[in-house]
Write a protein that binds this ligand. Structure first.
Ligand code: ZN
Ligand code: ZN
Length: 149
């Protein structure tokens, strides 16, 4: 049920934008929606390769961009210069706390933040496509919060 709807959404987008509908693109869609949490394009590529997929790196990269455009994925930047993606499908809009020490990413949902974003856009006559709200700091894991770099 869940997947059918995402696949329909993607099919409609590809048709509308006159992109080719290929099984590889839907393979990337499946893996991307099943991925738990935030991932880089290379993480997904490596995962698919370990599952014996014949996918090419280029297909993974450009399909992820198509999935962002049709709003099935969100694109995130957590301040380390890497682009990450996460499933948007049937998920609540949320924001992130990022530990600058260990890289832990904590998600939270705040209706107040959404309201402020909408209010600002309203006031300035701005049509919102997306927004990014990250809080950087140190997590509360204490000793198990280890510097990754
Ligand atoms: Zn997230
Ligand atoms: Zn930490």
């Amino acid at each position: 049920m869940k997947k059918e709807t995402a696949q329909e959404q993607f099919t409609n987008y590809l048709k509308q934008e006159k992109h080719r509908i290929t099984p590889e693109r839907f393979e990337v869609l499946d893996y991307a929606l099943e991925y738990n949490g935030h991932f880089g394009a290379d993480d997904l590529y490596v995962l698919m390769k370990t599952k014996k997929s014949n996918i090419s790196r280029a297909t993974v990269y450009n399909t992820l961009e198509l999935l962002v455009k049709c709003k099935l994925l969100s694109k995130r930047n957590f301040g380390d210069g890497l682009t990450r993606y996460e499933s948007n499908f049937e998920r609540k809009n949320h924001d992130h706390l990022i530990c600058i020490n260990c890289g832990e990413i904590i998600e939270f949902t705040s209706p107040e933040v959404q309201e402020v974003v909408d209010k600002i856009c309203d006031e300035l006559g701005f049509e919102k496509v997306g927004y990014s709200f990250n809080i950087f700091g140190k997590c509360k894991k204490g000793n198990s919060c280890k510097n990754l770099k």
